[in-house]
Design a protein around this ligand. Structure first.
Ligand SMILES: NC(=O)c1ccc[n+]([C@@H]2O[C@H](COP(=O)([O-])OP(=O)(O)OC[C@H]3O[C@@H](n4cnc5c(N)ncnc54)[C@H](OP(=O)(O)O)[C@@H]3O)[C@@H](O)[C@H]2O)c1
Length: 337
């Protein structure tokens, strides 16, 4: 059975203390002068927490921001307009637990002739247990992992994310968590299969699915880029964020976690800084498959870089999509390789 780094939510939250006090190697490279004028930035899960703060920050820096989410439409977008003093902000409906909405979302972008310069795959959920989606998968598996595969593949296939030279190519950032480290390898017996579980396995799955996501990001970068860089595909952990991520936890646990968040976790605006840095700084213009843990460049868990594992995950993900997505043919036969 797959196991993530943590099974106890309080222990997981307390691990944030170390991050809170960790040295931030590249923090002084963060600059208000890194602008995003003329760029189109997509943020998933943009109505709340880190995603909302990122929407504000990129709008402030001159970008056209597409806020994708399933709730608080249009209120969250209107707040970003007010806070950033920019009207280049739009909100689009996207429920990552429903595959059909991912297709509709990308079709709409394609119809509008939109291309995206920076895509921030930020949305994720932490549920207290299993929940079955309309397409039959576990909700955390779909939202935290598979929807990112679907969305990235559709955006690439439709030419919304584009390869190119350093000034024109799209940048993709997967928002992950350093808690992926130490998770077990990918369990293909469980992969995409729905079964019931409770809080401990839910916590464990959160970090485990981040390991799966990072493995996919690494394989995607390999397939798109080969030996050069055609598209910049990186991974970042923002560190502990005082956000709404525990909103579905049982009441008492939620109160405890919120207390910990309040005392030691960073505000979303602060947690957004390394993400903005990685997306806009010249330092990361020519990189792919890099990882930042806040402002600290690191390697991810070694399992993430295993080529055979990356290929296997890719093949199994596509096989699963063939089985569950009636619109599978839209991805294109060869995929983005
Ligand atoms: N909080 C931390 O300490 C921490 C640490 C490391 C990494 N991260 C990562 O940071 C990212 C942002 O999380 P956060 O802390 O800012 O939590 P958050 O406030 O709960 O934000 C998560 C976002 O994902 C969205 N989302 C969840 N399920 C969705 C679905 N089915 N369809 C579309 N959107 C959905 C949420 O929308 P709704 O409001 O509609 O639910 C919300 O906008 C996540 O990838 C998380 O794993 C967080």
């Amino acid at each position: 059975m797959a196991e993530g780094r943590f099974t106890n939510p309080v222990v997981a939250a307390l691990a944030g203390i170390r991050d809170f006090f960790a040295r931030q190697q590249l923090a002084d490279r963060y600059s208000d002068r890194d602008r995003a004028d003329g760029k189109t930035v997509l943020v998933t899960g943009a109505n709340s927490g880190l995603g909302f703060a990122l929407a504000v920050e990129f709008a402030r820096r001159g970008a056209r921001v597409i806020m994708a989410g399933r709730s608080k439409i249009p209120e969250a977008g209107e707040r970003v307009v007010r806070l950033a003093g920019s009207d280049l902000v739009e909100m689009r409906y996207l429920d990552l637990s429903r595959i059909d909405t991912i297709h509709l979302f990308t079709e709409e972008l394609q119809r509008g002739g939109t291309t995206i310069d920076i895509a921030l795959f930020n949305a994720a959920t932490a549920l207290p247990g299993s929940r079955k989606t309309a397409s039959g998968q576990d909700e955390m598996f779909l939202v935290n992992y598979l929807s990112n595969v679907i969305l990235s593949r559709l955006l690439i296939t439709k030419g919304i994310l584009k390869p190119g030279d350093p000034d024109t190519r799209s940048k993709v950032l997967f928002i992950s968590s350093d808690s992926h480290r130490g998770s077990t390898g990918i369990d293909y017996g469980e992969f995409g299969r729905y079964f019931e579980y409770g809080v401990s396995k839910g916590i464990s799955n959160y970090s485990y699915f981040k390991l799966v996501l990072n493995t996919y990001a690494t394989e995607l970068s390999r397939r798109i880029n080969g030996d050069g860089i055609k598209m910049s595909i990186n991974v970042i952990c923002p560190g502990p964020v005082h956000s709404n991520i525990v909103k579905e936890a049982p009441w008492l646990l939620r109160m405890v976690l919120k207390g910990i968040f309040w005392i030691i976790f960073k505000s979303p605006a602060r947690a957004a800084r390394p993400v903005v840095y990685m997306a806009l700084s010249e330092d990361y213009k020519d990189t792919t498959n890099a990882y930042l843990h806040m402002f600290n460049p690191k390697k991810m868990d070694p399992k993430v870089y295993d080529r055979a594992e990356g290929k296997k995950l890719w093949d199994r993900s596509m096989q699963l999509l063939r089985e569950i997505d009636p619109q599978y043919s839209v991805y294109g036969a060869a995929g983005p390789s």
